[in-house]
Write a protein that binds this ligand. Sequence first.
Ligand code: ATP
Ligand code: LTN
Length: 333
Amino acid sequence: MENEARKKRIFSGIQPSGELTLGSYMGAIKNWVALQDEYDCIYCIVDMHAITVRQDPAQLRRRSVAQLAQYIACGLDPQKNIMFIQSHVPQHAELGWILGCYTQFGELSRMTQFKQKSQQHADNITAGLFTYPVLMAADILLYQADLVPVGADQKQHVELCRDIAQRFNGVYSDTFTLPEPFIPKMGARVMSLGNPDNKMSKSDPDGCVYLMDKPEEIRRKFKRAVTDSETAVRFDKENKPGVSNLLTIYCAATGKTMEEAEEEFAGQGYGVFKPAVADAVVELLRPIREESERLMADKAYLESVYREGAQRAQYLANKTLSKVQRKVGFAAR
Ligand code: ATP
Ligand code: LTN
């Protein structure tokens, strides 16, 4: 409709580099679900980002499809959102190359994720790991996204994306929409259960809860969660990082405020508190796991969703890419 105001656009993605965790759910996917009615949303499975560290090919292939099943099971409706696999839309790589020529070496050297990952993979620090944020900027800018719902750890990458877009717009006149990060108030940074000073991450099986974990597994992980030598259930990030993390998880899982949660457990010890957090997470994840398992049995359906998603995404991506190619001076085809 010509006179219908364009809905604001959202783009976000997660790497199929491991199984999805409670961190990816609370930091990102939960927000995606909340935003799908109000915005025009594009959600991607970023397999090209995943190969910046070594992956097992069979696992990567399986996980990319499993991740789509989990997106849908979390409540993302394929009718309302475009969902696709990044490598199926080659425009991401093409724009990524061009944007790399408008990004400074120094900017990329300052990225916290690069510094961390190059320490973790010291024997394989590839050029791809270094230029990872450029490909991420291409993901976002190709679709002229207004908002990028991510966990707090990705804020720096979205800011770099804005800088690159602004620079390009400055040289060639307005080309890209400047995106804003959209970070949840509760659950923006879920910490590891085993080491509450680090963020919960896919690659730390004991510290993290996977969306596909069975109830017994979830209860076992919470039972072993690190707390402290006091007994009070109170939010104090500095001095009680473990308990504060559990409280954050509890609030994000139940929708309660921090005050309500603290009041609920006032005068009760960790022996009551920890199983209550585990129960809340078990109930949160049960329908997601069951629905994912059901969807994984229907490969033809999943295939139809990601194929159609890639087609719709390509149509939008091409509009931006051809504009960019013309502006930088590539000869017309
Ligand atoms: P890896 O360990 O391979 O780096 P990851 O577990 O950090 O992976 P990503 O794929 O990098 O997960 O992140 C997916 C999305 O979930 C991003 O938007 C990220 O900000 C968010 N996210 C990941 N971990 C957490 C966490 N612990 N708390 C809150 N949000 C998170
Ligand atoms: N870097 C992100 C994944 C990612 C992404 C994106 C997120 C790749 N491209 C575009 C938002 C928008 C991560 O590690 N979680």
